[in-house]
Design a protein around this ligand. Structure first.
Ligand code: NAD
Length: 358
């Protein structure tokens, strides 16, 4: 299969591969769409087994960012970058400076930020080479760690799904969280404060113990999280958690969490629907982080300070969009992920048409 035939390519405007012999940088910058504005999406550093795997991940993540940014009602398109390497052993300032030069070479059509394996400190090195970096600390426009805002958006989304799907509030609702890292940890605290009963897992036993102690949660081994008795399953680790293999084991009526690309494939989305589960499409419910980043891009462009009220208003709007998706899916008896894709594509197409007409 060639790049253009890959299902994940789907209309990408540009896919850029960069290497730098001196620093060992190998990275891909994928720009899916700039119809709504410059593409924005984080940079992931991961020890991909092959360049093909890295490309596939970049394409999937980049397209998802177009959809996510459209659903979060941001004037941003979708893009993503991946650096091939082990973030625990292969990071150097020079590597991220070389990455910054790669971002600069894309000419402002792509803004980068953090993703798995990349920290604000890494991005500070990239920022020495390009202005198209958000998610930094220590300047008036800085948005800081996006994870608490992502968690707040997911929390509001879980609450909405519980109100609609179970006709109750969060008090006493049993939520199983897979992954208590940055977002899962904050989400656990918010759900605990709202009275939910938590069942947690993580491959990082130290993080798991800490969050469980803070929230009085039950703890299970990573492989057991799909089998626990719960009302809500919240995937907050890596993608592909919901598959035709894991789905029959899930006892929750609602799937709502922070992870990107939660559904292993389109068949899984249809099976979730067939089984009558309420699924909050991942890129809708987890849009809080990019809203935070957009707040920084907006402030940088205007040479102004970061405005948390703007972010909060966008989070309110995001909850309304999730409601719109759930309403339409119920009305049309269709999977929520398909409805969300349709709305996102329509929003992107509408922006492209407006641009063409201007
Ligand atoms: P993180 O790396 O801080 O947390 C992920 C956690 O999952 C880690 O603690 C890790 O040990 C655990 N984990 C990995 N594999 C696991 C497994 N098989 N079983 C159980 N636990 C496992 O990442 P994060 O920033 O919290 O992001 C979590 C997810 O949410 C990712 O999919 C990310 O792409 C997505 N997301 C994050 C943000 C954000 O603002 N950070 C925004 C949108 C989406």
């Amino acid at each position: 299969m060639t790049l253009f035939d890959s299902p994940s390519f789907e209309g990408h405007e540009g896919v850029h591969a960069f290497s730098d012999e001196k620093t060992g940088l190998k990275c891909i910058v994928a720009v899916h769409s700039t119809a709504r504005g410059p593409a924005a999406g984080g940079c992931r550093m991961w020890p991909y087994a092959s360049a093909e795997d890295a490309l596939e991940d970049a394409l999937k993540l980049s397209r998802a960012m177009s959809y996510k940014n459209a659903m979060a009602d941001l004037d941003l398109g979708g893009g993503k970058s991946v650096i091939i390497g082990d973030s625990r052993t292969q990071k150097t300032p020079a590597l991220f400076e070389a990455f910054g030069r790669a971002v600069e070479a894309v000419g402002g059509r792509y803004w980068t930020a953090e993703d798995v394996g990349v920290s604000p400190a890494d991005l500070a090195h990239a920022r020495t080479q390009t202005r198209y970096v958000a998610g930094l600390d220590g300047h008036p426009a800085a948005s800081g760690d996006p994870s608490p805002v992502t968690a707040e958006g997911v929390f509001r989304g879980v609450r909405l799904c519980v109100e609609r799907g179970l006709k109750r509030d969060l008090d006493g609702v049993r939520v199983a969280i897979q992954g208590v890292g940055h977002v899962g940890g904050y989400l656990a605290q918010k759900l605990h404060a709202a009275g939910a009963k938590l069942i947690l897992t993580d491959v990082n036993t130290e993080a798991l113990r800490r969050v469980a102690d803070e929230t009085g949660a039950q703890v299970v081994a990573p492989g057991m999280i799909f089998d626990v008795d719960c009302d809500v399953f919240a995937p907050c680790a890596m993608g592909g958690a919901i598959s035709l293999d894991t789905l029959p084991r899930i006892r929750a009526r609602i799937i709502a969490g922070a992870a990107n690309n939660q559904l292993a494939d389109a068949d899984t989305g249809r099976e979730v629907f067939r089984r009558g589960l309420l699924y909050a499409p991942d890129y809708v419910i987890n849009g809080g982080g990019i809203i935070n980043v957009a707040g920084e891009i907006r402030a940088l462009d205007a040479d102004a300070a970061f405005d948390p009220d703007w972010v909060d208003a966008k989070l309110d709007r995001l909850a309304l969009t999730l409601e719109e998706v759930l309403d339409q899916a119920l009305r049309e008896r269709r999977p929520t992920n398909e409805v969300a894709n349709e709305i996102a594509r329509a929003r992107i197409k509408g922006a492209a048409a407006e641009r063409a007409a201007a």
